[in-house]
Ligand binder design. Structure first.
Ligand code: ARG
Length: 396
């Protein structure tokens, strides 16, 4: 029997792929797989219900803890940001595709389908991972291959009894996982217009966020958070907690013009309260324990890492190399950071670590241990090249 695995979210694009796979691509057995990386429980449930209604063999894979531990934490250790926002959709695609491949192997299926359009980044990320982990894969991308438009899709859905949630799907395109929520389309397509309050689900606005500053403590071990306010939890639960605390205080809204892989600019809004909180704490701890040179070099490594992660090249040898450097630096990223959140602002207000490259004794204005006189010679020769340069210029 001709079988295909459809990477399924339950949205319009992936839903119409079900009849398309049957009618246009000639598959008899359609297996749908939804990977739970922290999207709303309601979405996971609805995907399963829709799949049942359309008669596919459906699987839900709960990958929340693995996603948090292996992907969110990796990105946190690399301070993973792209054009000013924490990578979120980008880091979820590799695990979603990897889980689809795992299932395909189990069911001995080598054909895959996904609902990505030809404009976005996800077609690169998802197909790359499937090909990397399943070299014999055949991959279909019906929306891209048939150049479909939204209105054609809605028509087609109606004709083929594909259930659609009109309200939401008509207005915004939303992608959500533990690490962040991204919103595009609708009136956001006009970059001049302020994002309407209704698009936000994880963060409170100025009026509704906490009216007194909230202090929060995040403890780290080997570069990853282990507790918030002294409460130890699993990685996924910790991210949820961070989202809650920062979101309640209005932290984590980002409005960007993003340059996609194809060179297309799009206006994108993000909500990523937990990621913003944890990244700020992580950077503060790195500033305490890493030397100036380590930090300078790690910023370059982090940038390269983010570029690879944005492109979805999760299994690239270059990424392995960068990860090796990052991992080494993270051995000392241990300790606790205190932050203050208030009405969308976030400040680091304290930090401590057993690996601090800091001595109060040496830095203090009252110290006598540091022989100030020792600096004299160094200061005298500081910037020698500039002096030579200026004197040469004067002669010409
Ligand atoms: N542009 C972002 C990225 O490529 C997020 C896209 C998420 N999709 C959405 N429909 N909001 O990582």
């Amino acid at each position: 029997m001709k079988s295909v695995i459809l990477v399924y979210s339950g949205g319009l694009d992936t839903s119409i792929c079900i009849p398309l796979m049957r009618e246009e691509y000639g598959y008899e057995r359609i297996v749908t797989v939804t990977v739970d990386v922290g999207q709303p429980a309601e979405d996971i449930k609805q995907a399963a219900e829709k799949a049942a209604q359309m008669g596919t063999e459906h699987f839900t894979v709960d990958a929340k803890e693995e996603f948090a531990k292996e992907y969110c934490w990796a990105s946190l250790r690399a301070n993973g940001e792209y054009q000013g926002y924490p990578l979120s959709t980008a880091i979820a695609r590799p695990i979603i595709a990897a889980k689809a491949v795992e299932l395909a192997n189990r069911l001995k299926i080598t054909s895959f389908a996904h609902g990505c359009t030809g404009k976005g980044n996800d077609q690169f990320r998802i197909e790359y991972t499937i090909r990397a982990l399943c070299p014999q894969a055949t991959i279909h991308a019906p929306i891209r291959e048939k150049n479909l438009t939204r209105s054609w899709e809605i028509d087609y859905a109606k004709k083929h009894n594909v259930p659609i949630q009109q309200s939401l799907e008509k207005i915004w395109s939303i992608d959500e996982n533990l690490w962040g929520r991204s919103i595009e389309g609708g009136e956001l397509e006009n970059p001049e217009k302020a994002p309407p309050e209704v698009i936000f689900q994880w963060t409170k606005g100025f009026e509704t966020s906490g009216h007194t500053p909230r202090e929060v403590k995040v403890a780290f071990s080997a570069g990853v958070p282990v507790s918030i306010d002294g409460e130890k939890t699993s990685p996924a639960q910790l991210v949820n907690r961070a989202n809650q605390i920062a979101g309640d205080n209005g932290v984590g809204r980002i409005d960007v013009m993003e340059d996609r892989l194809l060179g297309l600019k799009v206006r994108e809004n993000y909500e990523c309260p937990g990621a913003i909180l944890l990244l700020a704490a992580h950077k503060a701890l790195e500033a305490l324990v890493l030397s100036r040179e380590e930090q300078r070099f790690k910023r370059l490594v982090d940038q390269e890492w983010a570029q690879l992660a944005y492109s979805g090249l999760w299994w690239d040898p270059f990424k392995d190399d960068l990860d090796a450097f990052i991992e080494k630096t993270q051995e000392r990223v241990e300790g606790e950071v205190t932050l203050r959140l208030f009405k969308g602002s976030l400040q680091v207000i304290g930090r401590k670590s057993p690996w601090a490259l800091y001595s109060q004794e040496l830095a203090s204005f009252d110290t006598t241990t540091f022989e100030q006189n020792d600096a004299t010679g160094m200061v005298k020769q500081f910037g020698l090249a500039s002096r030579l340069y200026l004197s040469l210029k004067g002669k010409k």
